[in-house]
Design a protein around this ligand. Sequence first.
Ligand code: NDP
Ligand code: 2IT
Length: 452
Amino acid sequence: MTTRSETQSTLTHLLTEIEHRNPAQPEFHQAAHEVLETLAPVVAARPEYAEPGLIERLVEPERQVIFRVPWQDDQGRVHVNRGFRVEFNSALGPYKGGLRFHPSVNLGVIKFLGFEQIFKNALTGLGIGGGKGGSDFDPHGRSDAEVMRFCQSFMTELYRHIGEHTDVPAGDIGVGGREIGYLFGQYRRITNRWEAGVLTGKGQGWGGSLIRPEATGYGNVLFAAAMLRERGEDLEGQTAVVSGSGNVAIYTIEKLTALGANAITCSDSSGYVVDEKGIDLDLLKQIKEVERGRVDAYAERRGASAHFVAGGSVWDVPADLALPSATQNELTEADAETLIRNGVKAVSEGANMPTTPEAVHLLQKAGVAFGPGKAANAGGVAVSALEMAQNHARTAWTAQRVEEELAAIMTNIHTTCHETAERYDAPGDYVTGANIAGFERVADAMLAQGVI
Ligand code: NDP
Ligand code: 2IT
């Protein structure tokens, strides 16, 4: 029987190796640290997990594809972007995870997202492995026709790697319903197959699931509510700061409002908006989803209750709850200090890895309930898996049914994380609970399936 400290030193050695073998991938290193630093108790307690090569296999993607994406803009100029698909782990099902189109995308970013996705997907309890993809293409300011040509070129290469039983992409930053439509159209044209289950987040008239657009944000609010319930509180009357103004942020605000909280902020890369009366979602959706504009337009049109702050940090706004819903490392140690000073009770991650490790540490030390993304934002991929189930059965569930399933999945994830943390002497530590519970499910499947 190895002790926890012996196991910890083996894991620390492995982390050093990961850094050497994957140079210039700081986000991937960060994600690997965050998981491996919490696994010592379970690896020490269950000798089968200490089997040589198990964790080494887990941190090495099964397959990584990088390809050229040439496309022409409206003036006929040729651009060359880089496309990625990292198929990280398929022990539990076909690779599953979104596509991100953002200029900051590189292999390390896609690997961090794919690694997180393995554990997140395991936590849903559904049959989906982990993967992620995307491109350094920047959709901002591009016409619909340019976005369409880019998506067609991207799929002309990607199609050979995906399939309903192989790898099922969906949306992420910069990829929403419009992009999924263009990607699906090109896949269908190339393969001459109506294979609905090859992509999720499709339009509702052609195989998309009701509640998929809402699922990540709704799920995160349900997770935050479950954390509050553990402390004898609920969402009613709580003030919430939300970052971002895309898919996740919008439906986070919608659910917060529906459950009686007051969501007073949103943001984008230009700055943030504070609206003391609560964000007016019709206006925000009009600006972001229809006009594809910037958040300052919200403050201009909303009137006296709202103001725009250029740059700055949305976490400076005092609130009971914080729900980061934009991007990685957007909530720093200094932000955590401010939130704690302002009396924040819970931080629940809608985005992937938005809170830096130092900030997580501070929040947990201060007794703030902290919901890590791989648990709190799993509602999106969970409803993607429900979309796959509907596609497979050639049926469409009602919104009510999907929402009930989503609520049950989020409650179950919360309970699993909570109980796992207690079992491993870390009560209230959802980071440890989520990592260990996700790890156990994937590791058991990998062990059963042999050294592959
Ligand atoms: P969207 O593209 O719909 O929205 C992203 C939002 O975040 C925009 O407001 C964008 O502002 C802002 N943002 C992005 N990058 C930056 C940056 N570097 N600095 C400041 N603001 C930034 O994406 P989603 O809402 O889908 O995704 C948001 C987060 O949620 C991501 O971390 C994603 O991985 C995660 N997530 C998404 C899921 C989904 O189902 N879509 C599921 C689970 C997690 P701007 O337009 O100015 O760039
Ligand atoms: O980070 C995520 O979980 C997503 N972007 C959603 C993935 C999916 O396949 O629905």
